[in-house]
Write a protein that binds this ligand. Structure first.
Ligand code: ATP
Ligand code: MG
Length: 718
């Protein structure tokens, strides 16, 4: 590491944390700067330090800096790092947002000046309108076809292609459109028209960007006011900018050039939205006097992980691959990446849950572990496996918590409750009860329901209840209006209530983030690379799309600091035909001396081993097929013999524990686990761990307490 003399002592400290190339980018004079570098080389760190340097040196005020990126999670990461440098988290500090969130704010502000009193609102989802448009154009309105049509419309808008030009552009670019291009163009035209309603305009996310750009381009007063307000622009993950986002960025800049961009063309994973790394790669052509810095030292991952990353991307082909740099690992040695093959997905998920439990047992915090997959639907089997193992987790979508439809619905229900005339003065526990009661009206049940969608909604509601508990714990005087104010403030800053759980996320949502341990699952041909880039017989039908799939694997591998597990399954469902094979991207990467199936696969899961059996109901003896039933050890219809008083005692104990550690209750034990304890009344370690949801870790932490409560109760009643 090189020491660089800096203007101030505060700044000096920060520059000491940078290597010479990073410091060169940080200290470059005001003006265009581009950092082109591989994963984990400190690009995000460099931009946050550059902002800090520009502010400390007096080139710009913190509140004149606008930093943007693409996903809500990545924007959160940027804010966290800026906060650590004392630059974010308070009014008057650096704004770090997604393009969309920044545009939404600006549009809200400028709309009256530009459009006057025409009302507008953000479109909740495109499906209903695209369905109407597809119907008019004579196309199918099945969910799958609507999804394809939505992707086409999003691609066209992101690429700045108007409805009337769509068919021509598809032909010119040799694009594979899902339907006859003229028909898609008709759907796109109807879709745009249907968004103008008698009650005002409906705007989708891309419209936010289009209107923002247009307001700045067409109204001098708007442009002047905006440019007086923001002077310095920073873009992270610039390889994923769409022409539409670039247009907004250009409108923000005007004829100024105070722009810092960082990116890695080999992490381009959003091409399907129209994103293109050409803006990044052509930066020095556009700004010939700008500073361009390349970074090769990887500070994130162990040399073992870095070596695998280099080999994955080393096999890439095409223009983008030509720009890659070999990463050089800077950290101390760590474990070799592990590869594992499984019979089926449930077995893969169960083995993953066991490996996660082992890491937790070795002291790796849950928040430092991620399970990453290609498509969101893969999460279900992992949710199930983690639930059964009693491991807390959170599923990360592309959407921020407060943007989820069910959370919006919940907040508006709470708002209605707050406006009622007969509203009681509820604070503390009473406020929590009030919130629960309000959410019960829109579906918050006592027990966690079965099914991914239902569970997602339930967990979102529970997260709001827990947040209420947490907030009223800190502030006993908090009432419903105070709570709503806090929720609005959080929604604005897009901080979801955090639960210390293992992260489940798609590879797309994991970009820019890092964890100590990463599990890349479902690495079978047809999942990664995804089936639709493969032709019949698994030949490659689309070479460019295949390369993007490879980059997704590269993004996944480079998220790991230390522990990296890669796995795949030969069949989808338990006992299914083993028709799958490992991802073609792994060919030549799995070491010969590590027969993949031997690693991390206990004997019962081995192909030659006995079939796994479902647990059975202790009342009627039939197999138990869902999580709640498995945890209770009986079918939900079979009679329960719950000891209600014991359950109450257990819940009181859990409340004390949770409050003492400021944890949400279910992190200690879920309601279902406590119910199972109250039914089965285990009195020794062995029968306690036989209850699903109680693993070695829970036994060690809470076993003695729980057994003491049960034993006291059992001896009382006998
Ligand atoms: P990605 O391409 O995945 O977004 P990145 O290039 O943005 O990666 P960062 O996230 O900024 O990389 O850095 C990766 C990790 O390395 C972070 O934990 C960061 O704090 C650390 N790091 C970066 N630069 C240095 C340095 N000079 N010394 C020590 N640690 C560093
Ligand atoms: Mg980054």
């Amino acid at each position: 590491m090189v020491r660089v003399t800096a203007a101030t002592t505060r700044d000096q400290l920060r520059l000491d944390d940078l290597d010479a190339e990073q410091a060169a980018a940080v200290r470059a004079p005001r003006g265009p700067v581009c950092v082109l570098a591989g994963a984990g080389t400190g690009k995000t760190r460099t931009i946050t330090h550059r902002i800090s340097h520009l502010v400390a040196a007096g080139h710009v005020r913190a509140d004149q800096v606008l930093a943007v990126t693409f996903t809500a999670r990545a924007a959160g990461e940027l804010r966290n790092r800026l906060r650590a440098l004392g630059l974010s988290g308070e009014a008057g500090q650096v704004q770090a947002r997604t393009f969309h969130a920044a545009a939404l704010r600006q549009l809200k502000y400028f709309w009256p000046q530009v459009v006057g009193d025409v009302p507008w609102r953000l479109l909740d989802g495109k499906f209903p309108i695209v369905a109407q448009a597809a119907g008019r154009a004579g196309l199918s309105t099945e969910t799958d076809s609507l999804r394809d049509l939505i992707s086409e419309i999003e691609w066209a808008k992101g690429s700045l292609i108007a409805p009337e030009d769509y068919a021509g552009e598809v032909a010119r670019r040799h694009r594979d459109a899902p339907y006859d291009a003229k028909k898609v163009s008709a759907v796109y035209t109807y879709y745009e028209a249907l968004k103008t309603t008698p009650d005002g305009l409906l705007l989708d996310f891309d419209d936010l960007l289009l209107h923002t750009a247009a307001a700045l381009e067409d109204y001098t007063s708007v442009a002047e006011e905006f440019r007086g307000r923001y002077r310095s622009f920073v873009v992270d993950e610039y390889q994923d900018v769409t022409p539409l986002q670039q247009r907004v960025l250009d409108a923000w800049l005007g004829d100024r050039d105070d722009l810092t961009v960082v990116g890695d063309a080999n992490q381009t994973i959003y091409s399907f939205t129209g994103a293109s790394p050409s803006f990044l790669l052509d930066f020095s052509r556009r700004f010939p006097d700008g500073t361009v810095v390349r970074l090769e030292r990887d500070y994130r991952s162990t040399p073992q992980v870095v070596s695998l990353a280099n080999r994955v991307i080393g096999a890439a082909r095409g223009r983008i691959a030509g720009t890659r740099l070999q990463l050089i690992g800077q950290r101390a040695d760590g474990p070799e990446p592990l590869f594992a093959e499984h019979d089926d997905e449930p077995a893969e998920a169960a083995a993953t849950a066991r490996a996660v439990a082992k890491l937790l047992g070795n002291g790796v915090p849950a928040a430092e572990i991620a399970i990453l997959y290609r498509i969101n639907a893969q999460s279900e089997v992992y949710e199930q496996a983690l639930t059964e193992a009693g491991i807390p987790f959170q599923v990360r979508g592309g959407e921020g918590f407060f943007n989820r439809p069910e959370v919006r619905q919940a907040v508006s229900t709470l708002r209605q409750a707050a406006n009622r005339d007969d509203l009681p003065d509820a604070r503390g526990d009473k406020l929590v009860t009030l919130v629960r009661a309000a959410l019960a009206q829109i579906g918050l049940t006592k027990e966690e329901p079965v099914g991914v969608q239902a569970r997602e909604k339930w967990n979102s509601f529970m997260a709001l209840v827990q947040l209420t508990e947490e907030l009223s714990g800190h502030e006993p005087d908090l009432d419903i209006s105070g709570l709503l104010r806090e929720l609005a403030a959080r929604a604005e800053s897009r901080h979801p209530p955090t639960v210390q759980g293992v992260t489940l996320a798609s590879l797309h949502a994991a970009k820019g983030l890092e964890w100590d341990a990463v599990f890349l699952v479902g690495l079978a041909d047809g999942t990664l690379p995804i089936q639709h880039v493969l032709g019949p017989d698994s030949t490659v039908s689309d070479e460019t799309a295949l390369e993007e799939e490879r980059r997704l694997l590269y993004v996944g591998v480079t998220r790991a600091r230390e522990h990296l597990h890669l796995s795949w399954a030969l069949a989808r469902s338990e006992g299914g035909r083993k028709v799958r094979r490992r991802s073609r991207f792994l060919i030549g990467l799995v070491p010969d001396d590590s027969p993949a199936s031997r690693i991390a696969t206990p004997t019962t899961d081995r192909r030659s081993g006995p079939k796994r059996v479902h647990p059975t109901c202790r009342v009627c003896g039939r197999p138990l097929l869902n999580t709640t039933a498995t945890m209770l050890g009986r079918c939900s219809r079979c009679p329960a013999d719950i000891d209600q008083e014991l359950l109450t005692e257990l819940k009181d104990w859990r409340k004390d524990k949770a409050d003492a550690q400021s944890l949400p209750h279910f992190v200690i034990f879920s309601d279902t686990t406590l119910t199972a304890i109250a039914e089965q009344r285990p009195t020794d370690d062995k029968s306690l761990v036989a209850i699903p949801g109680i693993g070695a870790k829970k036994l060690q932490t809470y076993g003695a307490d729980v057994l003491a409560i049960v034993r006291a109760r059992v001896s009382d009643s006998s």
